[in-house]
Design a protein around this ligand. Sequence first.
Ligand code: GRF
Length: 207
Amino acid sequence: MKQIVVLASGRGSNFQAIVSAIQEDNIRAQCIALISDNPLAVAVDIARDANIPAHVLDFLSFPDKSAYEEALLYLLVQLNPDIIALAGYMRLLGDSIIQTFPDSIINIHPSLLPSFPGLHAQEQALRYGVKIAGCTVHFVTKDMDNGPVIMQRSVPVLDDDDKEHLADRILVEEHKALPEVLRLICEDRIRREGRKVTVLKNPSGFP
Ligand code: GRF
């Protein structure tokens, strides 16, 4: 069974979606840890409620970013997960972590990448005036929100949308996409060649 570590910085609703999917046996995996850079993250409470070890590396208690990254890398190497899922993790991962876990780190982003990378993606989409928005699950590479796309789910942008309503509707799709990608990875059904990611239809041993 594959072992997943989740990194989250805040509210943790995507983390909760992963935990629920594992509890409901939709993902055949074990979530071995939640790591947060924020001691006040609700995600930490969600982990404790689910009996998942929560590790807080309080970013503000480190002298600088490289000291924080070093501690994070050390912890990840100790945990040795098969998959690292960034679920609302609000920092860029350093190169050393990305290189240590090649093809093993995924992120959820609330836009249809490559449109609207970075912060406030839903607001960027509204301001631009697109008619379709959505979310993207992608592999993490050294460039922010730029790794190979694994899955996207779309939502229409409504004429009277504001950023909160649009974000809420995108979030509903995030909670489907991220667990679904984790399920597929755990079933060894994701293949990547360069930027192109495909889902195997007939994995051996799975219906
Ligand atoms: C989500 O919209 C996610 O796509 C983005 O940050 C938000 C985190 O929400 N990266 P939550 O903490 O999972 O509720």
